[in-house]
Design a protein around this ligand. Structure first.
Ligand code: NAD
Ligand code: AHE
Ligand code: ZN
Length: 375
């Protein structure tokens, strides 16, 4: 069949909206009509050419929601008409990683996913002249219709609005999950969030949900302050307006009983390796944990004095907030529908597929939190 899609033809170039070919689902695969997709900073990162796994031409997008239209042979867990959220971190429930109970990083199809291919090593997308187009993160939600492995779909309730729950496909789950699954923040904690964009705001609401007492937000953009306060931030620091952001955080967290100071938890949501160092070093001697969420460009490396770790600080990372997609995503949709978490104010712009490049422009200008494309 034919479908409309925004194709990443070349690194650093705007997406091109066009009609392309899409082959039907093969064994264990499912065709989904995408109804809405968010634009995450990771899409921008790959389009810019900074992703070591970036492939062109490809169809980006990994934060979608839609409806199953067709299933391939052997598919048993979803059927046409089901509402689903694509998962860039699938959940096969059979591989060593899934069975370990220690990680959400299912390895069943990771190798082909990273090569922009379906598990059988081929692509379902092609230009009208027959040239192949790669998949992206196993999702490719910048196409109106896409094909995914069955294990990469979370079935969700049918009364949840696509234009909001698409964000659970990455940003919401990543931010809240980093707090709950990865850091396991406790009531009364002091935490710092570096980068108050589409991910950082969800870390804030995760911290509020977990009952953190002091929630410090750090961002270069003063315009983020108002929205961040709405999501639970108690103190704001613009690092360009203080001498030393680490010292500032240490001072803020000191008490008469604890003159050492430092955050119990910090989260990097910028992808900047210098910020990652500050995020580690502002945590408390003896027990501070710093969680890396941001994705850094090819070749970038983190560094700190080993003494920071010798003295008890812990550096961790998280992908998709440590969430097991098929199990956890339907629950997060329930949290949204039950009013336990907020999504609506973070979706600042609604776009058509033809306007998708405007979503990247708004992100670059720091004007949007999430732009969502409606098909
Ligand atoms: P975003 O563009 O919406 O937000 C980034 C924010 O960081 C902006 O508010 C920006 O002003 C701020 N910022 C940039 N540089 C800064 C600095 N030096 N100091 C302080 N603030 C700074 O991006 P997003 O969608 O929130 O994504 C954030 C990061 O998380 C990206 O690197 C993205 O690739 C990554 N990400 C990771 C996962 C994961 O599973 N690990 C999931 C989604 C996104
Ligand atoms: N391909 C990049 C890394 C990109 C990356 O870290 N992706 C995150 C999700 S970001 C979502 O917005 C992730 O899930 N990583 C785990 C995985 O298996 O990809 C690179 O550096 O090669
Ligand atoms: Zn993302």
């Amino acid at each position: 069949m034919r479908t409309r899609a925004a194709v990443a033809v070349e690194a650093g170039k705007p997406l091109e909206v066009m009609e392309i070919n899409l082959e039907g689902p093969k064994s264990g695969e499912v065709m989904v009509e995408i109804k809405a997709t968010g634009i995450c900073h990771t899409d921008e990162f790959t389009l810019s050419g900074a992703d070591p796994e970036g492939l062109f031409p490809s169809i980006l997008g990994h934060e979608g929601a839609g409806v199953v239209v067709e299933v391939g042979p052997g598919v048993t867990t979803v059927k046409p008409g089901d509402h689903v959220i694509p998962l860039y971190t699938p959940e096969c429930r059979q591989c060593a990683s899934c069975l370990s109970g220690k990680t959400n990083l299912c390895t069943a199809i990771r190798a082909t996913q990273g090569q922009g291919l379906m598990p059988d090593g081929t692509t379902r997308f092609s230009f009208l002249d027959g040239r192949p187009i790669y998949h992206y993160m196993g999702c490719s939600t910048f196409s109106n219709y896409t094909v995914l492995p069955e294990i990469a779909l979370a079935k969700v309730r049918e009364d949840a609005p696509f234009d909001k729950i698409c964000y659970i496909g990455c940003g919401v789950t990543t931010g809240i999950g980093a707090v709950i699954n990865t850091a396991k923040v406790e009531i009364g904690a002091k935490a710092v969030v570096f980068g108050l964009g589409g991910i950082g705001l969800n870390v804030l609401q995760g911290l509020r949900l977990a009952g953190a007492d002091m929630i410090i937000g750090v961002d270069l953009n003063d315009g983020r302050k108002e929205m961040a306060e709405r999501f639970g931030m108690t103190h704001f620091i613009n690092p360009t307006k203080v001498d030393n952001v680490v010292q500032e955080i240490v001072n803020l967290t000191k008490t008469p009983f604890d003159q050492i100071g430092g955050a119990d938890y910090s989260f990097d949501c910028t992808g900047n390796v210098k910020v990652m160092r500050d995020a580690l070093e502002c945590t408390h001697r003896g027990w501070g944990q710093s969680i890396i969420i941001g994705v850094a460009p090819a070749g970038a490396e983190i560094s700190t004095r080993p003494f920071q770790l010798v003295t008890g600080r812990v550096w961790k990372g998280t992908a998709f907030g440590g969430a097991r997609g098929r199990t956890d995503v339907p629950k997060i949709v329930d949290w949204y529908m039950d009013g336990k978490i907020e999504i609506d104010p973070m979706i600042t712009h609604l776009l058509t597929l033809d306007e998708i490049n405007k979503g990247f422009d708004l992100m670059h200008a720091g004007e949007s939190i999430r732009s969502v494309v409606l098909y």
